[in-house]
Structure formats: structure tokens, C-alpha cells
Design a binder for this molecule. Structure first.
Ligand code: DGY
Length: 328
């Protein structure tokens, strides 16, 4: 199959240079309006495309995959996370799935670090006070937060993003602790001065800030459930820039309301953009609209990865970022 003849359907608006390049290389249909595709529109696109370029707002489940046309051979996801795609079913139907790992790790780690600093230091309350026009001037006891230097950071999920967070946090004087399915190589642990905890429960009880950097998979769904959240110190903070589903959001909200946790910085939510109103109402949370990887540079690099994956596939080779079920 030649690249120029490939019918590529893109489900959301992408940065302009990415769209231009997709147009040059393939028979591409874009979504100029950026309105998310309905399930019917997705099914229709999957019945005609050789390649679908979805994003995390598209749920590509077994039902949709069962209606895919014979032509559909590649789902080239624009994004690193692929929990919205039923990869096993896709593969069983001969449809390959690719993603865009790596290029958003540093940006996401920057945003994670921003939350690790912002929540204990009460940045949101300070900014709100200034914007309200009510600031009465400096006071020795106003808006006192907590120092992060010397505190213990627990990182749940020590992949590329977790390690990038660890490097930053270490530079801020935090002690690095982590829980990961696999322990890091000794030299990586030494460089980060990181302590591995085989038991997540034991780590949770000891950390001052917890950063969630594990992907959402069947085994991480609600990994931070009510029981585990209760193991944390009431003075501890939770930061999540990965996927909302890793935390039981209702349990987290209850503990923040009752003062059993000190605060939270969240960029992702269990129900996508439907954020629990009780969570939104809390003063000790800083909530962001899933913008961890939202840099011009990162989004262009994600587009480049999508294009390389499609082109490699069209040339009859294995795309560099193929997702395989063992990654789940
Ligand atoms: C991804 O690519 O999965 C990220 O969550 C987008 O920020």
C-alpha cells in the first residue's frame, strides 16, 4: 500500500503543521471544528479509513472495533496513554495500535512538579486573593504553606514520566521513594537516590507527597482506593497527572473534605471532564484541565510520531511505537 493512497481519518483538531504534513503525505480527512466524534461518527470513520488517528477522547472499544471495515489496519493514537483503546480486540482483528510515548514525558513532569510546589505552597489561594483585590498587604502569618525541601516524595509508577519527576524533585531537595512493578536498575536508583518500596501500602504511610505517574490499566484501576488513601498521613498531598481512574475520586474527595489528607493537585479526573462538584468546591485542591503535555513543542512532536508510525506502517515495516498487550 502506498502512503499517498492511505485514507487517514483524524478525529480531533491537531496543530496546524501536523495537519499540513498529514495532508501532504496521505489522503487525509481532518476535523476542522474539533468537535469530538460521536460513537456513530467514529463507527462511520472506522468503516472507511485505512488508518484512524484518534485521541484520548475517543473510546475505541470492542463494539466499535467489531464494526470496523476491512480496510482499517492501523489505529495511530495521538497521545501516549491508550487506555481508551481495546488493544487486545484490535490486534485480534488484525488492527495494529500505535501511540506517542516519550515526547511528552518532560512536559508532563514539569506540570507535575508545578503541582507538587503549588499545592503545599498555596499558590491558588494566593493568586485568588490578588485577583479579588482584597489583599491587605504582607502579614507574618498569612498564607503559610509547607516547605517541600527535605520531604518524602512517593512516586507511583516509575516509567519515563515518573523518573523525570524524580530528577526534578531531587533538585528541589526532596527524598525520592517509589513503587513500581519492576525495580529500577541499580545505577538509575543510585543516580536518583531513590528508595524502592515493594509494598505500595508501606510507602503510602510514609510519604509527604504522592505523585501518581502510573498508566490506567486493569491492574491500576482504583489502585488508590479508600483503604489505601487512609494509610496516608493527614498532612500528605496527592498529585495526579496520569489518569483519573488510578484514584477512587470519591474516596479522595471524602478524605480531603474530612481533613484526612492535606490537599491535592489534579490534572486528570475519573470521569474525564465531568469533575466531581464536591471536589471542585474544596479550597485545598488545585485542579487543571488535563494540560500536563500541553506545550506547542510537545504536541508537534506527538504529531511527528503519529506520522512516522503511519509512514513506517505504509512502507511495510513495524511502526516504532506499536502498542502490545504485554504493556497493559
Ligand atoms: C496522553 O498522551 O496520554 C496524555 O495524557 C495527554 O496529555
Amino acid at each position: 500500500m502506498t502512503a499517498a493512497k492511505l485514507k487517514v481519518i483524524v478525529t480531533r483538531k491537531l496543530p496546524e503543521p501536523v495537519e499540513t504534513r498529514l495532508h501532504e503525505l496521505f489522503d487525509t480527512e481532518l476535523n476542522e471544528s474539533d468537535t469530538p466524534f460521536s460513537r456513530e461518527a467514529l463507527a462511520e470513520a472506522m468503516s472507511r479509513a485505512d488508518v484512524l488517528v484518534p485521541t484520548l477522547t475517543d473510546r475505541i472499544d470492542a463494539g466499535l472495533l467489531s464494526q470496523a471495515g476491512e480496510r482499517l489496519k492501523l489505529v495511530a493514537n495521538y497521545g501516549a496513554g491508550f487506555d481508551h483503546i481495546d488493544v487486545s480486540t484490535a490486534l485480534s482483528r488484525g488492527i495494529m495500535v500505535t501511540n506517542t510515548p516519550g515526547v511528552l514525558a518532560e512536559d508532563t513532569a514539569d506540570m507535575t512538579m508545578a503541582l507538587i510546589l503549588a499545592v503545599p505552597r498555596r499558590l491558588k489561594e494566593g493568586a485568588e486573593l490578588m485577583q479579588s483585590g482584597d489583599w491587605a498587604g504582607w502579614s507574618p502569618t498569612a498564607l503559610m504553606g509547607h516547605r517541600i525541601g527535605g520531604k518524602r516524595l512517593g512516586i507511583l509508577g516509575m516509567g519515563r514520566i515518573g523518573q523525570a519527576v524524580a530528577r526534578r524533585a531531587k533538585a528541589f531537595g526532596m527524598q525520592i521513594h517509589y513503587h513500581n512493578r519492576r525495580r529500577l536498575r541499580e545505577e538509575t536508583e543510585d543516580a536518583l537516590e531513590a528508595t524502592w518500596w515493594e509494598s505500595l501500602d508501606q510507602m503510602l504511610a510514609r510519604v509527604d507527597v504522592l505523585s501518581v505517574n502510573a498508566p490506567h490499566t486493569p491492574s491500576t484501576f482504583h489502585l488508590l482506593n479508600a483503604r489505601r488513601l487512609k494509610l496516608m498521613k493527614p498532612t500528605a498531598y496527592v498529585v495526579n497527572t496520569s489518569r483519573g481512574e488510578v484514584i477512587d475520586e470519591n474516596a479522595l474527595t471524602r478524605q480531603l473534605r474530612s481533613g484526612d489528607l492535606a490537599g491535592a493537585g489534579l490534572d486528570v479526573f475519573e470521569q474525564g471532564h465531568q469533575v466531581n462538584p464536591r471536589l471542585r468546591a474544596l479550597p485545598n485542591v488545585l485542579l487543571l484541565p488535563h494540560m500536563g503535555s500541553a506545550t506547542v513543542e510537545g504536541r508537534l512532536e506527538m504529531g511527528e510520531k503519529v506520522i512516522i508510525n503511519i509512514k513506517t506502517f505504509a512502507d511495510g515495516h513495524r511502526p516504532p511505537d506499536q502498542v502490545v498487550p504485554s504493556m497493559l
